[in-house]
Design a binder for this molecule. Structure first.
Ligand SMILES: Nc1nc2c(ncn2[C@@H]2O[C@H](COP(=O)(O)OP(=O)(O)OP(=O)(O)O)[C@@H](O)[C@H]2O)c(=O)[nH]1
Ligand SMILES: [Mg+2]
Length: 443
């Protein structure tokens, strides 16, 4: 570990509060404490102290806590000053800390040091940020489980299994003349299948965790005038989009976010799909299709009174995203709102009928229909698991179709590397920079 400098930041949010905390971490903490407070406080005991500026004037009196390395959050010497939480007090304390030789911390730098010192793995460090950012009790609980290592343990166990199999396969390659054909052994085939299965189940659970953390991106699409904007307004509970009986009312993509039982729904209302000479509307239609391709789920609306309401509107047949079909305006068709045998939902956006069934379906779509996920996760984790799964699938092909041990070993190596990227067992400067810079200062 390179000898790092000592960092300082205000750890509490900006603004006024009963208490504000300035935190320092690094090798110079004991020296700074002695100079500032006249002593290095005894470890892990709250003690009263006077905090003075460089000229000796009192800034505030408060509590000081000292955590000597390595038994601290960052693994370094840490000092926490608790004072009254006003911006002027916090600024003066921070200025004094910097004057005594500390450097202002970068965003996420405390957590980054905890990671570098082996206090947390990467997924746990991300869970610190996710716990702080959690917008719901459910998300916070799942983030706390991730922070405690629930996710990391699953990933590490899988990576270990992949490593064991890889060692076995590589041994087989190294002794090609051996009587025993290692690769043909049931053990290799079975273990590869077992690991691939475990990867898929971890992928599913991670998908649930990521949905809870980041929410579901939902695009509302359909022909003009079917009630897309009315549905957006109904779900948002406010008059957000313009609704008229003129087809082609909406052109721009309109966004609303709502939270249902801890799940964030990021809704996008779009222009009605049709061929049009109007260049502005045509651009709206182009953006609508683009929105659909980026969504986690697409709501395709038709008018329940239309005979051809079962057919997908032009241009949506090639859609690769999951679709939920909605038959709107059931108050006009005179039919009952609710789920239909073909999987579509009948509703009335204008009257708010059938909306509960839609929300339940969206929860299901996010994988949260059966309860809360075991842990919170991020899209980054999902992408890594997908790449690992692709490598495992290629490895299975190499084994079953070509009995190619070298190629199987290479795919296993790639899968293991992707799993390592999640916990930080494998990491790069770029990856770390990207992750920790999204934290705020003081974390
Ligand atoms: N009776 C009834 N009218 C509805 C319902 N949903 C929408 N409407 C009406 O249908 C018309 C079109 O609604 P919009 O929400 O603007 O439809 P849109 O799909 O956004 O239309 P464009 O933006 O033009 O593509 C308006 O007059 C709405 O009041 C419904 O469930 N019942
Ligand atoms: Mg509209």
């Amino acid at each position: 570990m390179p000898e790092l400098d000592t960092i300082a930041a205000v750890a509490t949010p900006p603004g006024r509060g009963g208490i504000g905390v300035v935190r320092l971490s690094g090798p110079d903490v004991p020296a700074i404490a002695r100079q500032w407070l006249g002593r290095c406080p005894s470890p892990r005991r709250a003690q009263l102290a006077d905090f003075r500026d460089a000229g000796g004037s009192l800034i505030d009196s408060g509590l000081v806590l000292y955590f000597p390395a390595p038994a601290s959050f960052t693994g370094e010497h840490v000092l926490e000053l608790q004072a009254h939480g006003g911006p002027a007090v916090m600024e003066s304390l921070l200025a004094r800390a910097l004057g005594l030789g500390a450097r202002l911390a970068n965003p996420g730098e405390f957590s980054q040091r905890a990671f570098l010192n082996g206090k947390l793995d990467l997924a746990q460090a991300e869970a610190v940020a996710d716990l702080i950012a959690a917008g719901s009790r459910q998300a916070a609980a799942a983030a706390a489980r991730s922070l405690a290592g629930a996710f990391s343990r699953r990933v590490a166990a899988l990576a270990e299994g992949v490593l064991r199999l890889r060692v076995h396969v590589e041994a087989a390659i190294d002794f090609p003349d051996d009587d025993v054909d290692f690769l043909a052994e049931h053990h290799v085939v079975d273990e590869l299948d077992r690991l691939a299965g475990e990867l898929l189940s971890l992928r599913a659970e991670t998908g649930r965790g990521a949905a809870l953390a980041e929410g579901l991106r939902i695009a509302i699409l359909g022909a003009p005038n079917v009630g897309k904007s009315s549905l957006l307004n109904c779900l948002a509970g406010r008059d957000s989009a313009i609704v008229t009986d003129r087809p082609g009312t909406t052109r721009d993509v309109l966004r609303e976010t709502l939270h249902i039982d801890g799940l964030a729904l990021h809704l996008a209302d779009t222009a009605g799909l049709r061929d049009t000479e109007d260049t502005i509307e045509a651009e709206g239609v182009r953006r609508a299709r683009q929105e659909a391709e980026q969504a986690d789920c697409v709501l395709v609306i038709t008018d329940d009174r239309d005979d051809d309401a079962d057919e997908l509107p032009a241009g949506l047949d090639s859609l690769t995203r999951p679709v939920i079909r909605l038959r709107n305006k059931c108050d006009l068709s005179g039919r009952e709102p609710g789920p239909l045998p073909d999987g579509s939902l009948r509703l009335s956006a204008a009257r708010g009928e059938g909306i509960d069934a839609l929300l339940a379906r969206l929860r299901e779509q996010a994988g949260l229909g059966t309860g809360e996920p075991e842990f919170l996760a991020r899209r980054r984790h999902l992408d890594a698991l997908d790449r690992a799964a692709t490598a495992m699938a290629r490895g299975q092909t190499q084994l079953h179709e070509h009995a190619a041990g070298e190629l199987l070993a290479e795919e296993l190596r790639l899968a293991q590397q992707e799993l390592g990227m999640i916990t930080g067992a494998v990491s790069s400067e770029d990856l770390l920079g990207e992750i920790f810079s999204s934290f705020c200062i003081g974390k």
